[in-house]
Design a protein around this ligand. Structure first.
Ligand SMILES: *Cc1c(COP(=O)(O)O)cnc(C)c1O
Length: 383
């Protein structure tokens, strides 16, 4: 078992976030917990168990591998929706396990209907519309063909959802682009109506859209980053706070990342520390090494930049982040010894290292930083 570091995920913090989101979006809107990217680094299996205990029964993932992990963990107790990649070879498993999935090309539609027929079980489809992101989705011009096919194959295909995805709702700079996407989505929806096709649900919102554009909430919201206690961008947080009297962030960070001091040593003034010459000791220094590096997801761009907490004090990463090790300046900290707790993300005594502070120092998006945390690190649910 890997013991170099541990990720703790806090069930109460997640419950707090879910309660806030449900209150914001209202009872009629289904909250789908987006758990692609190993649940944004939180650990897929542990995270869905915890989320289920907190009342979540709908999960959205990117691919079949993730869907399988959720199915093996929670079985039929939850709805699983694949928003991205399904290989042809996996369609039979997906359909026979009643896993729902996005369809964005006619090839997939035909293939799904063929396999569903063979299995004698309807495929549960969410038809994705291309509204302006230019990634995946049916164009407006294709919709009548799609509609006709859905009608012809209605014994094999269940048109459960109509959906789209916004290209950058977290920034007001994209305001007009998002507005245009909403118009195109509504147009797609009315074309289906002319064929008497009415999907059970419509959905379009990610975290940012759900907060910034209430009309995008529809029947279901696909919420990733907010449920983890983080904001899609500072802009979305500011816009939320501006609308409220109480200027406090209602969300709580779910993740904590901890390691321990591996060894402590003293260095003479004028010595270089670590590989190369990126850091020279200007005075006598005391250095702690931590058994954690870029192979575990601690970005190399945090060389001479990162901050960690040891004995309740904030300390600097010095020198380059190595593959498996960090060196930390602990000159000012008394009694630091092997085995002392090191907090990479989270709170120790009165201080906190936030996820946002990483982005500031390493130019990584909070999304990127989190999903790069190695899968091999053990995850533990805490209260
Ligand atoms: C990742 C993703 C989401 C969730 O995005 P957040 O910004 O984390 O809420 C929603 N929809 C789709 C299609 C996605 O890929």
């Amino acid at each position: 078992m890997h013991k170099n570091s541990i990720i703790e995920i806090n069930q109460n913090a997640h419950k707090n976030n879910i309660d806030f989101l449900k209150k914001t979006f209202g009872k009629k809107v289904i909250l789908s917990s987006v758990v692609k990217g190993n649940a944004y680094g939180h650990g897929l299996k542990e995270f869905v168990l915890m989320a289920f205990a907190n009342g979540i029964t709908h999960f959205s993932v990117f691919d079949v591998e993730e869907a399988k992990i959720i199915f093996d963990t929670l079985g039929n107790k939850v709805t699983i929706l694949i928003m991205g990649f399904v290989a042809d070879d996996d369609l039979a498993w997906v359909i026979s396990h009643q896993i729902e999935f996005f369809v964005f090309e006619r090839y997939r539609l035909a293939k799904a209907s063929k396999i569903a027929k063979k299995l004698n079980q309807k495929a549960i489809l969410h038809i994705e519309i291309e509204t302006g992101m230019n990634r995946t989705g049916f164009k407006i011009s294709e919709i009548s063909k799609v509609a006709q096919f859905l009608i012809k194959e209605k014994d094999n295909l269940y048109f459960k959802g109509l959906c789209t995805h916004f290209a950058g709702a977290e920034s007001i700079a994209n305001y007009y682009r998002v507005q245009k996407q909403i118009v195109i989505f509504n147009e797609a929806s009315s074309i289906f109506s002319t064929f008497e096709l009415h999907p059970k649900i419509k959905h379009s919102a990610c975290s940012a859209a759900a907060m910034m554009f209430p009309e995008t909430r529809m029947d279901l919201v696909r919420i990733g980053i907010l449920q983890y206690g983080l904001w899609p961008s500072p802009e979305v947080l500011v816009s939320y706070l501006n609308s409220k009297k109480k200027k406090i962030d209602p969300l709580q960070r779910v993740i904590t990342w901890k390691s321990e001091v591996m060894s402590v040593k003293r260095v003479k003034s004028g010595e270089f520390i670590g590989y190369g010459t990126s850091f020279m000791a200007k005075n006598k220094m005391k250095i702690a090494t931590i058994p954690l590096g870029y192979s575990h997801g601690y970005s190399r761009s945090l060389s001479n930049q990162g901050r960690v907490l040891i004995n309740g004090k904030r300390c600097m990463v010095i020198g380059t982040v190595n593959m498996n090790m960090l060196t930390i300046d602990v000159s000012e900290i008394e009694h630091v010894k092997k085995g002392d707790e090191v907090v990479l993300i989270g709170t120790q005594e009165k201080l906190t290292v936030s996820v946002a502070s990483f982005s500031d120092f390493s130019n990584q998006l909070n999304y990127e930083l989190l999903t790069r945390i190695s899968k091999t690190i053990p995850r533990k649910i805490t209260l």
